[in-house]
Design a protein around this ligand. Structure first.
Ligand code: NAP
Length: 299
């Protein structure tokens, strides 16, 4: 049994002080993660607290260093530090290195290990919504699907590498600044040999059967604006699935437009849930109590 397992065992039997894990970001107050993660720790009777660690950029090094303390399991990382933490870690897993962003840090003995659970979390969410096939190796295949990805920022990078690894038929990256879409496309193409297109003009989008449109921009968080005009959305086949990573508001303008057109839709709460469940498993070496976490998010 490793030192970590020992610590967890002792924590669960109340021998040591409470373990800690937290969210590093700026801002963090709005986050839904504490209620979801705390519910999971409590359900499994793990004596741990999930805390909000508001961290301005100038305090990031010190904050990451503090994760080496014995009572710390690790952390989640959010805006704007997902990229900046990479050089501060001892090890970064290959997917997170490719994406260039870490959202989960695990302390293993004295070492800090970085992962990205946004990418597999998105795939698990899409699968939960009935998309793709679970393969015998436990991975989700999106073969036969065309993904239209809106955005080329941090969340879009995770999505692009995730769907490429899931073997999509075709990947289209649409971003306001074309160069950013092209750059992401070039990086993804190193690991993906399917057709990949980078666009900045939505009017150039064409519909393919079994399309998944993923909004990875913040457009729709405030007010009735959509990253895709209705006439562009109306071109897509009826089997198109529209996924908006935004979960607050629950139904963005994009989702309500798509819903009105009879398309299947889902918001980003499922991605939040699944990335959180994967982070929980990395910290604890235990399966996450998914339904407990889902219920906590619904409260
Ligand atoms: P980010 O790194 O800042 O990237 C933002 C992207 O959106 C960029 O591609 C940017 O285009 C584009 N964009 C921003 N404002 C725009 C506008 N007015 N019109 C058109 N495009 C615009 O942000 P992020 O971290 O990727 O987050 C993106 C969204 O995903 C946020 O709403 C976030 O809350 C959500 N998210 C959800 C989850 C989840 O678990 N559900 C996880 C992560 C993120 P340019 O490159 O042209 O500037």
């Amino acid at each position: 049994m490793s030192t970590r397992d020992d610590e967890l065992l002792q924590a669960t039997s109340g021998v040591t002080s409470r373990l800690r894990v937290g969210l590093i970001g700026d801002p963090v107050a709005h986050s839904f993660s504490p209620r979801m993660q705390q519910a999971a720790f409590d359900a499994l009777k793990i004596q741990a607290s999930y805390e909000l660690w508001h961290t301005p950029a100038q305090q990031l090094v010190e904050r990451v260093r503090s994760l080496c303390e014995k009572d710390c399991l690790g952390a989640n990382v959010t805006i704007p530090h997902k990229q900046a933490v990479l050089p501060l870690l001892d090890k970064v897993d290959p997917l997170a290195a490719r994406i260039g962003a870490v959202n989960t840090i695990v302390r293993r003995d004295k070492y800090l290990h970085g992962s990205n659970t946004d990418a597999p979390g998105l795939l698990n969410a899409l699968h939960e919504h009935g998309l793709g096939k679970l393969q015998s190796d436990g991975k989700i295949s999106l073969r036969e699907y065309t993904v239209v990805l809106l955005g080329a920022g941090g969340a879009a990078r995770a999505a692009a590498f995730a769907v490429a690894e899931a073997g999509v038929e075709r990947l289209v990256i649409l971003n306001r600044h074309l160069e950013r879409a092209q750059l992401l496309g070039e990086e993804v193409q190193q690991y993906y040999d399917g057709p990949l297109f980078s666009l900045s003009d939505p009017s150039l989008l064409v519909s393919h059967p079994a399309s998944i449109i993923i909004n990875a921009t913040p457009v729709g968080m405030h007010g009735d604006i959509s990253p895709l005009l209705a006439d562009v959305l109306a071109r897509f086949d009826q089997d198109t699935f529209v996924y908006d990573m935004i979960y607050n508001p629950v139904q963005t303008y994009l989702l309500s437009q798509a819903h009105t057109m009879g398309l299947r839709t889902a918001n980003g709460l499922s991605m939040l849930l699944h990335q959180g469940a994967l982070s929980f498993s990395l910290w604890t070496n235990q399966s996450a109590p998914l339904e407990v976490m889902r219920a906590a998010l619904a409260r």
